[in-house]
Design a protein around this ligand. Structure first.
Ligand code: COA
Length: 327
């Protein structure tokens, strides 16, 4: 990839107030805290109110970013919202967010690559700035998955939660953040993780058309371990770096057991992995920015650190990025 001219200059996040614990779920479906923690590592997740949607979470994440880093967004020239739970089919969450923020001269697009969305979004932002098309881009990963979760299905409702994270990416050819990337899609396995909208058949297979997330957990699990293990290697190779030189691995926070397995197979220390799933569950496109923000708040992530992000999920799509942390 051509030498990056884009730098990450601020981060912010927001999660809804309502907490849904594993004990709460015990009262809703046939499950228990011990099973959920052992199989997934998740203890609780946040749930948006009936009146709170993805654009509201996105807006609050950007306000948090502006306040913490003393940034203005009036001169942002592109807003990318990575989400699979938009408020409306149209207009986009990004256009909604532009109106809420009162930005006058900007483009606005939603990007749907499910749980790989944020890594794709950052990759696109780097490409737009490096090519000279844009100067200042807001990349938001935001989801209200609770609105498309079937709370009578114990195989999925224990996993998902709501939240948002935002990064600001600006033109800077002297201290760029982006080093290498690797992206992929295996639509042939799309039926293993889906949420129906207009169609109810995929790859010649009939789907459950109830508008909620349906997944074959075992298949997704196996695919993710293989894909992310190979993907990490590909990103590192393209960035001409060894995995043992990476300071932090920030995978999509789907399931702790899965992350442990990926680390074991890659011979990467689990202690150098950042994840947001314990208190927020799987928030799809929001997990990576939430994990980065936890790393910042806990004083783990430092300027100059090499960070390998890897998103994976519905599609089945995946995307990895090697960045130099610049905050
Ligand atoms: N509570 C208690 N028991 C449950 C349960 C729950 N919430 N969900 C499933 N079970 C039961 C199953 O019915 C099954 O019972 P059986 O053996 O009597 O048939 C048993 O637990 C094992 O089910 P299985 O689906 O094989 O469990 P698993 O070890 O694969 O764990 C997941 C299930 C969903 C946690 C796991 O497959 C997973 O995390 N997959 C990846 C999902 C993911 O991250 N998706 C998003 C990617 S972006």
């Amino acid at each position: 990839m051509s030498a990056s001219k884009a730098r990450i200059t601020a981060i912010g996040s927001y999660v809804p107030e309502r907490i849904l614990t594993n004990n709460d779920l015990e009262k809703m479906v046939d499950t228990n805290d011990e099973w959920i923690v052992k199989r997934t590592g998740i203890k609780e997740r946040r749930i948006a109110s009936d009146k709170e949607f993805t654009s509201d979470l996105s807006y609050k994440a950007v306000l948090n970013l502006m306040e913490r880093y003393d940034k203005t967004v009036d001169d942002v020239d592109l807003i990318i919202v990575c989400t699979m739970t938009p408020d409306y089919t149209t207009p986009s969450v990004a256009s909604n967010l532009q109106a809420k923020l009162g930005i006058k001269n900007t483009g606005a697009i939603d990007l749907n690559a499910a749980c790989a969305g944020f890594a794709y979004g950052l990759n696109v932002a780097n490409g737009m700035i490096t090519s000279g098309l844009n100067k200042k881009i807001l990349v938001v990963g935001a989801e209200t998955l609770s609105k498309i979760t079937d709370f009578t299905d114990r195989t999925t409702c224990i996993l998902f939660g709501d939240g948002a994270g935002a990064l600001l990416v600006e033109y800077d050819e002297n201290q760029p953040s982006f080093i290498s990337s690797h992206i992929g899609s295996e639509g042939e396995g799309g039926q293993h993780l889906y949420c129906t909208n207009l169609a109810t058949q995929m790859n010649n297979i009939d789907l459950l058309g109830n508008g909620c997330i349906v997944q074959n957990g075992r298949e997704v699990y196996k695919w993710a371990i293989k894909t992310v293990t190979n993907g990490m290697k590909a990103v590192a190779e393209k960035g001409r770096i060894n995995l043992d030189e990476i300071d932090w691995f920030v995978p999509h926070s789907a399931n702790l057991r899965m992350l442990e397995s990926i680390c074991e197979k890659s011979n990467f220390p689990m202690e150098q992995t950042l994840y947001s799933l314990i208190h927020y569950g799987n928030t799809s496109a929001a997990t990576i920015p939430l994990s980065l923000d936890i790393g910042v708040e806990e004083g783990k992530l430092k300027a100059g650190d090499y960070v390998l992000l890897y998103g994976f999920g519905g599609g089945l799509a995946h995307a990895g990025l090697l960045i130099k942390w610049t905050l």
